[in-house]
Design a binder for this molecule. Sequence first.
Ligand code: S3P
Length: 452
Amino acid sequence: MSDLPARPMTARPSSALRGRIRVPGDKSISHRALMLGALAIGETRISGLLEAADVLSTAAAMRAFGASVERRGEGLWSVSGLGTGGLLEPEAPLDFGNAGTGARLTMGMAAAHPFASTFFGDASLCRRPMGRVLDPLREMGAEVIARSGDRMPLSLRGADPMAPIAYRVPVPSAQVKSAVLLAGLNIAGTTTVIEPVPTRDHTEKMLAGFGAEIDVARGEDGETVIRLKGLPELTPQEVEVPADPSSAAFLIVAGLIVPESDITVEGVLLNERRTGLLEVLAEMGADISIENERETGGERLGDIRARASRLKAVEVPPERAPAMIDEYPVLAVAASFAEGVTLMYGLEELRVKESDRLAAVAAGLTANGVACKEGAASLAVTGGRVPGGGTVVTHMDHRIAMSFLVMGLAAEKPVTVDDAAMIATSFPGFAELLAGLGGTIGGAELTAGDTK
Ligand code: S3P
């Protein structure tokens, strides 16, 4: 996918947000449902799939490997897979657009097949480090040709046979863990992943659901040890994708900071490796309640109600980062409205997301008159008054765009983002949903003097 043309957008001070809404399906689970469907023999039916650019790139990649992937209705998809080890050599390079998860997990799948595949993406994705995934794949026997620094575009070729490895993940990354496990599926023997810090566990849970032999144990020092037996026969599943907590986060924070708001986001995934933001907001004094809690497909879901609240600053410890890694930009926005100085630690991974999120957040806060201090892996935000009136550079990052649009709904003056086009990678309909709740948000022309 070539880079999309920039589309500025502005959010203005709004009156109370009210209503019940549903946000699109979880991105992590959507990618994995398509991938595991492509590796199972028979028809996997998916409902609630996130129909956003990132996931559609994965759908296209699964087709390129020979799986049949069809849309049957809104969010309803059918995948007929080829069986473990059954992927075919793609005829053309695979374009992952902006999607790090899609690209990295698919590298794992492809690496354990004895054919060549080539990966590329947009300017943001081609800047992101791929060595973290390529290193273990090389250890398993795959051959890699990549741009210097292990960046995309790159090509992989699997060996025959590949070797199962025991891999201690050096950075807290569910993507790295998942790439190793997906490669291990097509390798005889047991592939082991050791996670010093627990990260989202969707791959493990879904692999078990599709019938793989996978064992997850707590080792010494609190490490998680995951053992996967290779060459399983995966059985197709019915996958119901819950609403994405990382998308719900924007609406929840909007509900907290826009005066007199009362909103409910329905059917949100409450997997405890994803709910770090809710814990932090509760500590900040947010009026958030979970209603109608239930379980579907082994995951806890609930309706999250958020009402306008007076927030107070807190200290967010580094251990919480993996459970809210995508939520720091919007937490920084919440912190701007909180009384006092909010301190966040353990943010090194934010530097290698769709943008350098730590730098992008700090620049966005500063542009809107919020005092902050950016450390190498920390951020301090002095909250209380949010003058707004700034233009935020989003650096092709959907979450930077959405976070600062949320800020604009409650700041003293409007907030503009230079490019809202990337929101379509994870949350199509974001602006319309907010507008439906009463938010004042829409297209904007950059005023003279603003730069991109
Ligand atoms: C994801 C893992 C996280 C997260 C990303 C989705 C996943 O990335 O930031 O949005 O689905 O596995 P890392 O594994 O790089 O931390």
